[in-house]
Design a binder for this molecule. Structure first.
Ligand code: AMP
Ligand code: TRP
Length: 328
């Protein structure tokens, strides 16, 4: 009988801006299922956050708040390890090694997120190199599965390529990871423009519903959300992108199928639909925020330190192998 190794899941979110329904439905809801089946590691990626300027006090606050969001959403610290990236020095050490040994300018020049974000000459070198640090995060723990939203696929592909190249050129050191994308919710669109993804860095807060938005504010945002021409509540991404996006959000939060919702709103208009969706969102936020505010900073600090203690030896083992293979 073969003894199969328990698979490892790794993912992370940046402690910046407003964690929104897109982050929650695209990434976090997948984590909730996976933590029951696999060895799960969820990181607050503060070294990624400093690729753009941050205010120190604010960053410190956001790091704690993202961990609280993980916990309030239902990540169980007895099942999954929640940790802060900067607590484990091996992340940056491995990133440097990957930078030199296998990552090439031509790889990073292809990254669409950098091209979208960083037209300016003032962009930091770190922002350009961001995907290599992300590869290091993933590869350090011999990760098998990386649950993310669709926008991170290209970065996970790069992590795979770098791992394969390293294993081939220098001898086996890394498991080849695979991305896991939620079928629904992989790409939640902006409320103010259903052709662009809901984004933390959107120009207007009308674009997103943050998990820490006041429920009244969220209700207003839903009521003001852009709609399509016509009046049917029908899922049709091509012709009705706005209503399709709202149906996706409704369906995932209320745990009702899109078909069921279409049936419920046959013969009704956008107004009725939005009123009900606003109520669903408002209830979700109210329940979520009660849990969020019940978690203390001290609890988070304790979880960070316990997780880092368990993870450091794993990171060290991978890094030692990598260094040996390179003759360091
Ligand atoms: P970020 O906000 O870039 O730190 O992203 C955190 C996680 O949320 C990543 O797994 C993203 O792929 C996911 N994500 C971000 N925006 C969206 C969106 N609009 N729809 C679905 N997933 C998203
Ligand atoms: N780049 C990811 C994002 O913006 C965050 C991230 C950093 C990440 N390291 C990771 C996600 C490792 C998954 C695995 O969403």
């Amino acid at each position: 009988m073969s003894i199969s190794k328990q698979l490892t899941v790794f993912s992370g979110v940046q402690p910046t801006g407003n964690f929104h329904l897109g982050n929650y439905l695209g990434a976090l809801t997948q984590w909730l299922d996976l933590q029951h089946k696999y060895h799960s590691i969820f990181c607050v990626v503060d070294y990624h956050a400093i690729t753009v300027p941050q205010n120190a006090a604010n960053l410190k606050r956001q790091v704690l708040d993202i961990a609280k969001i993980y916990l309030a959403a239902g990540i169980n610290p007895r099942r999954a390890l929640i940790f802060r990236q900067s607590d484990i020095a091996e992340h940056t050490e491995l990133a440097w090694i990957l930078n030199c040994a296998v990552a090439r300018m031509s790889d990073l020049n292809k990254m669409t997120q950098f091209k979208d974000k960083a037209g300016s000459k003032n962009a930091s070198v770190g922002l350009f190199d961001y995907p290599v640090l992300m590869a290091a995060d993933i590869l350090l723990y011999q990760t098998d599965i990386v649950p993310v939203g669709e926008d991170q696929l290209q970065h996970v592909e790069l992590a795979r390529d770098l791992a394969k190249r390293f294993n081939q050129q220098f001898g086996h050191a890394f498991t080849i990871p695979e991305a896991k994308i939620n079928k629904e919710g992989a790409r939640i669109m902006g409320l103010d423009d259903p052709t662009k993804k809901m984004s933390k860095s959107a120009a207007s807060p009308a674009n997103y519903i943050a998990l820490l938005d006041k429920p009244e504010t969220a209700v207003k945002k839903i009521k003001r959300a852009v709609t399509d021409s016509g009046s049917d509540i029908k899922y049709d991404v091509k012709n009705k992108p706005a209503i399709s996006n709202l149906l996706t959000i409704y369906s995932l939060l209320a745990n009702k199928s899109i078909k069921e919702l279409e049936r419920k709103y046959t013969g009704k208009g956008y107004g009725d639909f939005k009123n009900d969706l606003a109520e669903v969102v408002s209830k979700f936020l109210t329940d979520f925020q009660i849990k969020f505010h019940n978690i203390s900073d001290r609890q988070v600090a304790k979880i960070f330190s316990q997780s880092a203690k368990k993870l450091r030896p794993i990171a060290r083992t991978t890094l030692n192998k990598v260094k040996t293979n390179l003759g360091l």
